[in-house]
Design a protein around this ligand. Structure first.
Ligand SMILES: CCC(=O)SCCNC(=O)CCNC(=O)[C@H](O)C(C)(C)COP(=O)(O)OP(=O)(O)OC[C@H]1O[C@@H](n2cnc3c(N)ncnc32)[C@H](O)[C@@H]1OP(=O)(O)O
Length: 257
């Protein structure tokens, strides 16, 4: 039997695409997906070939539905949760600190850890039917992959706080209005539209793109950022252990049984 390909990788002249290929699970992230993303990001980090990284999900329904609850429900203790959360937080940190521009192509729903993944990128470009929400609060946990830390870096404090605490689902247009999404696509040919939107980068050399990304990162205290991410992972791990969290996950898993 052919093994399921959970993540794909494609290089074009300007754009390198990493695509989560689990549409049946709304591109949820399990242990193997974390490893694959981590390895591919190492390749991008160590290669001078890539100019711009695009992260997206397969299909039109979801960008990423966060952690795979059909697998992660088995993580019962804070130690188990910490191990998974900390691994994925390293993936997001790699994305955040990558020396080339990164774009989340939000092709559909981005919820929970999916919204965190999009937040780690430099840009968020969303199909007009996409919606985005930090729904973790409904599961009695917080963000645990570093998403809150990155959100507070990118949006005004009160806007980020509102997004996180209300667990509200934002349409692409609403997310654009608050500055979370930089551009809304008409949703027909996402890749082509995205490539047109950023076509001016064709005239800009890799060295220039990399230099500006370094300047962007220079403006941030990365030691402090890392420690804030660590704090976020730790606090989420503690909440993960609660009965309230496990009951909420079971309620989702039993929804259609
Ligand atoms: C690490 C911490 C976190 O990320 S906490 C946040 C975890 N994620 C969530 O709570 C989101 C759970 N999913 C949803 O709310 C919905 O499935 C969303 C994404 C809104 C999509 O809704 P809809 O288009 O109606 O699809 P659906 O619910 O019928 O799902 C289709 C199949 O995909 C599955 N699926 C979805 N999300 C996950 C997930 N995160 N983990 C595991 N499986 C997931 C559903 O169970 C469903 O499977 P099946 O077809 O019933 O077998």
């Amino acid at each position: 039997m052919l093994q399921e390909m959970k993540v794909s990788f494609e290089r074009t002249d300007l754009f390198t695409y990493i695509t989560i290929e689990r549409p049946d699970k709304r591109n949820a992230i399990d242990h193997e997906t974390i490893e694959l993303l981590d390895d591919l990001l190492d390749d991008v980090e160590n290669s001078q070939k890539d100019r711009v990284l695009v992260i997206t999900g397969k299909g039109e329904e979801a960008f990423c539905s966060g952690g795979d609850l059909s697998v992660f429900h088995a993580l019962r203790t804070k130690e188990d949760a910490y191990e998974m959360l900390s691994k994925m937080s390293k993936v997001l940190y790699k994305i955040f600190t990558l020396e080339i521009p990164t774009i989340a192509l939000i092709n559909g729903t981005a919820v929970g850890g999916g919204a965190e993944l999009a937040t780690a990128c430099d840009y968020r470009v969303a199909a007009n039917h996409a919606n985005i929400g930090f729904v973790q609060g409904k599961l009695a946990i917080t963000t645990g992959w570093g998403g809150a830390t990155y959100l507070f870096e990118k949006l005004p404090t009160e806007t980020a706080f509102h997004m996180l605490t209300t667990t509200k689902m934002y349409t692409a247009t609403e997310a654009h209005e608050i500055g979370y999404v930089q551009h809304v696509l008409d949703g027909k040919a996402n890749r082509e539209e995205l490539e047109n939107y950023f076509s001016s980068w064709k005239q800009v050399s890799s060295a220039v793109l990399r230099a500006y990304k370094k300047r962007k990162l220079d403006a941030i205290d990365l030691t402090r950022l890392k420690s804030r991410v660590h704090q976020e992972v730790t606090e989420c791990s503690i909440l993960w252990e609660s009965d309230e969290h496990h009951q909420a996950v079971e309620a989702f898993r039993n929804k259609k049984k």
